[in-house]
Design a binder for this molecule. Structure first.
Ligand code: ATP
Length: 283
């Protein structure tokens, strides 16, 4: 059975139709990214999946359960889910280890606290007060709190906003490690390189509807779009768009008889494709 199944999901706030008939299936062990401009309906969708908002129409199951249900079963269900909100950790007067210890008490099958601290790279800050952490370190703590319960399913909302490049790479490695343990991960992000580095599949959402669901490599016909071959020819940089970059490079190799100066072969980036997809409909 799929981890998440959404059919015909709708949600309005008064006259604002935030989600307008959304279908989505996410399989066990996937990293799935939701992409879309501000106001597209990502947070609304994710918060419905997390059980924090009610829907107007459609069916939703998450780990085989309707997130809108309440009672004992809902508490057991919540135990299987980890959530990293945009900034959760706010207990400024507790240390890192105290906070993680405290949160671990909420779960029936928590991970080992020291292991979690090590996996997010906060060993040296274990005894530091939260209010003395840097922005990136706080975000790591947020992730630690999201995974302490040993979740089968983890929601990450814009996890690396404010990270320096090195911290982002370290964070990506952490998420890949989590995937390796079989955790299903739903990610929202505005960083296309992050989606590309992490996601098995991405959904592009705009105006409450899904425009396309695909792998990052194939989104918007990316895998079959023309390649750009460019090289230096005397004073000029020349560029040729082609379906057969190999033949262009072979021709150039014969022409130059030696290394082709400043040769590059590129395809549109995920960001290029994404911006084309949402272009014109961006509100
Ligand atoms: P962002 O990338 O900016 O986080 P998003 O894709 O997460 O955007 P949502 O937060 O789901 O978008 O918002 C979708 C639409 O619903 C927006 O027009 C927003 O203004 C509106 N909206 C969201 N929450 C509420 C609310 N509680 N009351 C009224 N309108 C809301």
């Amino acid at each position: 059975m799929s981890v998440i199944e959404v059919k015909g999901l709708k949600k309005s706030y008064g006259a604002v139709h935030a989600v307008q008939g959304l279908d989505l299936t996410i399989e066990a062990g996937e990293i799935f990214a939701l992409l879309g401009p501000n106001g597209a309906g990502k947070t609304t969708t994710v918060e419905i999946l997390e059980g924090f908002r009610t829907r107007d129409a459609g069916s939703v199951t998450v780990l085989g359960f309707d997130p809108q249900s309440r009672g004992h079963a809902a508490r057991e269900w919540r135990n299987r889910i980890g959530i990293v909100l945009q900034s959760a950790a706010d207990a400024g007067d507790l240390t890192v280890i105290e906070t993680i210890n405290h949160f671990s008490g909420y779960y029936s099958n928590p991970r080992n606290v020291d292991e979690v601290i090590a996996s997010v790279g906060l060993e040296e800050k274990a005894d530091a007060l939260i209010r003395n952490l840097s922005g990136g370190q706080r975000r790591r703590l947020d992730v630690a709190l999201g995974i302490i319960g040993n979740p089968e399913l983890l929601f990450l909302d814009e996890p690396t906003t404010g990270f320096d490049p090195e911290a982002r790479r370290a964070f990506w490695a952490l998420i890949q490690k989590l995937r390796g343990t079989g955790t299903t991960i739903v990610l929202t992000t505005h960083y296309l390189d992050e989606a590309e580095a992490l996601a098995d599949r991405v959904a592009v959402i705009n105006s409450g509807k899904i425009i396309e669901i695909s792998t990052p490599a194939e989104l918007g016909g990316r895998a079959t779009s023309k390649a750009l071959v460019s090289w230096r020819d005397g004073e000029n940089i020349k560029t040729e768009a082609t379906d057969n970059p190999t033949s262009v490079v072979t021709r150039l190799a014969a022409q130059f008889g030696t290394e082709i100066p400043e040769l590059t072969v590129t395809r549109p980036s995920l960001e290029d494709i994404y911006l084309t997809m949402i272009g014109g409909t961006h509100e």
